[in-house]
Design a protein around this ligand. Structure first.
Ligand code: SF4
Length: 332
């Protein structure tokens, strides 16, 4: 079997935010600069035509990675490559820039409320001169609306006239308008009713199959990720703690955090079973715990975990950053 082409690759990426108080206040209080390490030495690759999902609780850094992946932030350390080129170089070329796009969590906030839907969807077509004559542009808009399950007449309406699910369909049509190959989907269904979420996820899978799309899919919801992911990265406090084929991780999670996350998701085969949410609070990324950052919440933590940051252990294609896995005591 030939290896698939890698569309996006993150190599040792870290990203810091400066969260210091203004200079004069720091001077008076004799305070050092404060940095928030939102992403900590993250590496992954997304092969063409597949979905790589990043999952974790709020504040784990997954949305920062989404923004890094489309160039909205620049990596402080490490590199992101798109089509084997540094991302900044790829974004400088319109032909490559149009091949990546993003679908946001809140479709209402990401659509211009004063524009009709047909103009919203037409804008990338005009910006990248994919069609110039008005009838060509309108024909393309019509086929994009049909692609996402809307009608040509929906193009005459404004975003506020649609339901949440329909608005997300408009966002997807607009994201597809530049004819991208790679889409970063940042919690694309978390603002929607549960009944609508499955429709949007099915639409995204269907589009992926028909158009050969590659997704970087960001979610806090493992049930949603299970529906979408080929490969999966579980994030905790800026770091990927378990990485590998989604099916293998769902079948046999190794990292204690992944196990607790999986414990917490509803299982249709076991309705009525009590779910245990992951206990404790996510620590502040400004002052993360020593050693393994998960140790204050981990049922398997020992002295080594409090002192030493775990390296990755690789078994059966899955990488896990955990001392208990390395020592073989996680299954005890
Ligand atoms: Fe738990 Fe230790 Fe593994 Fe961290 S390294 S997840 S604290 S067992």
């Amino acid at each position: 079997m030939t290896a698939k082409r890698i569309v996006l690759e993150a190599i040792g990426v870290s990203h810091f935010f400066d969260v210091s108080r203004p200079f004069l206040q720091r001077l008076v209080a004799r305070e050092q600069k404060r940095r928030l390490r939102a992403v900590d030495d993250v590496s992954f690759a997304v092969p063409a035509g597949t979905t790589f999902a990043l999952v974790g609780e709020s504040g784990c850094g997954k949305s920062t990675i989404a923004r890094l992946a489309v160039g909205l932030h620049a990596a402080t350390i490490g590199e992101i490559r798109f089509e084997n080129k540094p991302l900044s170089a790829a974004r400088a070329q319109p032909a490559l820039r149009r091949r990546m796009n993003m679908i946001f969590q809140d479709p209402y906030a990401s659509l211009n409320p004063r524009w009709r839907v047909r103009d919203i969807v037409a804008e990338p077509i005009r910006a990248f001169t994919l069609a110039t004559r008005p009838n060509e542009v309108q024909a393309r808009v019509g086929s994009l609306l049909a692609e996402v399950g809307l009608t040509v007449r929906d193009g005459d309406r404004y975003p506020h006239e649609f339901s949440g699910g329909q608005r997300q369909r408009v966002s997807i049509a607009r994201a597809l308008a530049s004819e991208p190959e790679f889409l970063v989907c940042d919690e694309p269904t978390s603002a929607l009713d549960v009944s609508v979420q499955a429709q949007i996820l099915n639409l995204m899978r269907d589009l992926q199959r028909r158009l050969g799309l590659t997704y970087l899919f960001i979610s806090h919801n493992l049930a949603v990720v299970r529906h979408m992911a080929d490969r999966l990265g579980v994030m905790y406090l800026g770091r990927i703690v378990e990485l590998g084929p989604a099916e293998a991780i769902f079948r046999g999670p190794r990292h204690p955090y992944t196990r607790l996350l999986l414990e917490a998701i509803p299982d249709l085969e076991q309705i009525g079973r009590r779910r245990t949410p992951v206990g404790g609070e996510v620590p502040s990324p400004i002052a993360p715990p020593s050693g393994c950052p998960f140790h204050p919440r981990c049922p398997l933590a020992n002295e080594r975990c409090r002192i030493e940051k775990p390296a990755y252990t690789r078994t059966a294609g899955v990488e896990v950053a955990c001392h208990a896995v390395e020592e073989g005591r996680e299954r005890a």
